[in-house]
Design a protein around this ligand. Structure first.
Ligand code: NAD
Ligand code: UDP
Length: 407
């Protein structure tokens, strides 16, 4: 045989001499693979925490498409095996069931730290655990990065700006966050995570990246995460009235997930950017306009049910992306109308296949068998069990089988 059977020559087959691995002179790990054809191929191993979630699964998919080796780590609190099922056959993809609040030792070159529930109903489900995931989880990821000389990217958020008084939001704006409100577990948790990133960089020279991600949408969003895009699409497709919180005049800027993933990867691959970088689509819409857009695409009359505005709900949000444009040459390409069409098609297909309903039923079966209090699904994963069991439960998660043990 003249060629390595893996056309990309990055595999661990007998035709390739696998992995000379060790700590190099610069203190960085050096890994390379030598194919029998004697071509040197740089091998990048990447850890994606929260890789079975909405953004994480798209990121893993893109990295695999790029020929990288990916370890996806997740505790399946809000993520699911279904999201990454199509990647399981790849010999460059590995799945670990693990909770980031527990330390883990792995050999990788890059870490994307995404593990954290992202929608308000999910991160408020067990707020203490959310703080823990952000603070202890990020600390563990940073310690790992320091030990093995890996570059680490933190998935931060526009929520660090709170209810912003500066518009659009530049990275220099320090935010307006209520430290004791119901969103604080997420907002302040992410702010501490940024602090840890900067301190590990200044104190220990860890090679960090901080992405401040604005509202992102796309296929594989969890239909029960309570976010506005998923709620409005599912409600429209089911012929239900759209739940408009407050007047609907509050604004958000919605970024299609593929654009976001491109931004994350560019940020990770670009040398020397240690300051936070906003990643989001600067086109700003009122929530009422979003409702009109979704109803229009689905060719359905818009019916609205007005609901109270949640506490501390930001009134406006739009990223200033000058820094990303300048440093990464990155601008989102997918317009809201186009991105919503892809997303609606995905929800429509899942509803038609009854995957949404069957997923919820699977979780309910799991809850019944295991005697979980979380009969509607959330809180299944270790450590996410609610501290107070007297509130209504709204979220859904998937029963991910243990593929390999870690830590
Ligand atoms: P998601 O809830 O779909 O994904 C989060 C993933 O992390 C899930 O797979 C979940 O099971 C996993 N996870 C949660 N806690 C964990 C723990 N303790 N240990 C291991 N895994 C854990 O959310 P998403 O929308 O994909 O968001 C991914 C990241 O991007 C999050 O850090 C979020 O804060 C950030 N972000 C997202 C948005 C957005 O609009 N989606 C905006 C800003 C920031
Ligand atoms: N929202 C709404 N109806 C819904 C869900 C959300 O009007 O069914 C509003 C919510 O109050 C907020 C905006 O839509 O002003 C975006 O909410 P989401 O939870 O998607 O994101 P975040 O508030 O975290 O930006």
């Amino acid at each position: 045989m003249e060629r390595c059977p893996d056309q990309e020559q990055r595999c661990k087959c007998p035709w390739c001499l696998t992995l000379s691995s060790g700590i190099g002179a610069a203190g960085k790990r050096e890994r390379q693979s030598l194919c029998l054809l004697n071509e040197e191929v740089a091998l990048v191993q990447i850890l994606v925490t929260g890789g079975a979630g909405f953004i994480g699964s798209h990121l893993c998919e893109r990295l695999i498409d790029d020929g990288e080796e990916v370890i996806c780590l997740d505790n399946f609190f809000t993520g699911s095996r279904e999201n990454i099922a199509h990647l399981l056959d790849s010999n460059r993809f590995e799945l670990l069931r693990h909770d980031v609040v527990e330390p883990i030792r792995l050999e990788v070159d890059q870490i994307y730290n995404l593990a954290c529930p992202a929608s308000p109903i999910h991160y408020q489900f067990n707020p203490v655990k959310t703080v823990e995931a952000n603070v202890v989880g990020t600390l563990n990821a940073l310690r790992l990065a320091q030990q093995i000389g890996a570059r680490i990217l933190q998935a931060s958020t526009s929520e660090v700006y709170g209810d912003p008084t500066v518009h659009p939001q530049t990275e220099s704006y320090r935010g307006n966050v209520n430290p004791i409100g119901p969103r604080a577990c997420y907002d302040e948790g992410k702010r501490v995570a940024e602090t840890l990133m900067m301190d590990y960089h200044r104190q220990d020279g860890v090679d960090i990246r901080i992405a401040r991600i604005f509202n992102t949408y796309g296929p594989r969003m969890d239909e029960a995460d309570g976010r506005v895009v998923s709620n409005f699409i599912v409600q429209t497709l089911r012929g239900q009235p759209l739940t408009l919180y407050g007047s609907g005049e509050q604004t958000r800027s919605f970024c299609y997930v593929n654009d976001l993933v491109e931004g994350l990867i560019r940020l990770m691959r670009t040398e020397g950017i240690h300051e936070p970088v906003n990643l989001g689509n600067p086109h700003e819409f009122t929530i009422r306009a979003l409702a009109d857009e979704i109803a229009g695409i689905c060719d359905s009359p818009r019916r609205v049910r007005y609901c109270p505005l949640p506490q501390d709900d930001p009134t406006q949000r739009r990223p200033d992306i000058s820094r990303a444009q300048l440093l990464l040459g990155w601008t989102p390409r997918v317009e809201l109308h186009e991105g919503l069409r892809y997303t609606i098609d995905d929800f429509r297909a899942r509803l038609a296949a009854d995957r949404i309903g069957s997923r919820r039923r699977a979780v309910q079966r799991h809850a019944a068998v295991n005697g979980d209090a979380a009969v509607n699904g959330a809180g299944k994963a270790a450590g996410h069990t609610r501290r107070l069991q007297d509130k209504p439960l709204t979220a859904v998660s998937e029963n991910g089988a243990r593929v390999s043990s870690a830590g």
